[in-house]
Structures are given as structure tokens and as C-alpha cells.
Design a protein around this ligand. Sequence first.
Ligand code: ZN
Length: 123
Amino acid sequence: MPEPVDFFQAVVTAYLEDADHAPLLHDPVHARVVRAGDVTDGDLILAGLDMGGADYFNDPYTARPEPYAPACGCGVCCHLADHPSAVVVLSNRHPWQACDPWPADDLVLIIPAHRLPEQSTKE
Ligand SMILES: [Zn+2]
């Protein structure tokens, strides 16, 4: 049976006053770190993460995952054709003219389309 857990608050940007670097602050309760392979349709993608920190995108975008096709011809998918592990496509020509392929194990900061149940109703 699922049990609620508490997470510590985390600072995920060094530029709190910069709107380009702090979109998370609009909705901090719902932001989650997930594997790219676990992103689902409708998740709002805010940043890529690695051990060095968060790389925020200028414009968060909505995930429209598709199966990865190395030979799709968009000009981006081909760059990951030799990646040693699984690759996923998080968006397909939306909002860009090319696909957005990611190694499935890379970490992504998202606002999930399907939010976790609220623990309390305080606003
Ligand atoms: Zn492609």
C-alpha cells in the first residue's frame, strides 16, 4: 500500500531572481525529478539535471513522448543512434522542428501531468 513520504525542500537553481532560471518557483510543490524514460504525455519539462545542477530551458515545454527512431531524419535523432543504452523521444516536432531525444536514464525536472495526491488542502 502506498505511504506518504516527506521530501526536503531543495534549491535547484543558483539564480533565484532570474525568471529564466526559476520557473520551478511558480509551482514548487508539484515539481519532480524523474528519469527521461518515465516522462509521460503532458508532463511539463523544466530542466535537465546532472550532478552539476539544473540546466533550465528558456521555455518549459509539454512532453509528447514517442518511440525513438534513430533513422527518423529530423537531424537530431541520428546523434544518439550509437548511444549505449535506451533512448526516448520526449517531444516530436513540438515545439521545435526536430525531435527531442534523451537517454532514458538521464534525469529531468518536470511538473507531472498526473499530480500526486495532496497531503493537505491548505493553499
Ligand atoms: Zn527525430
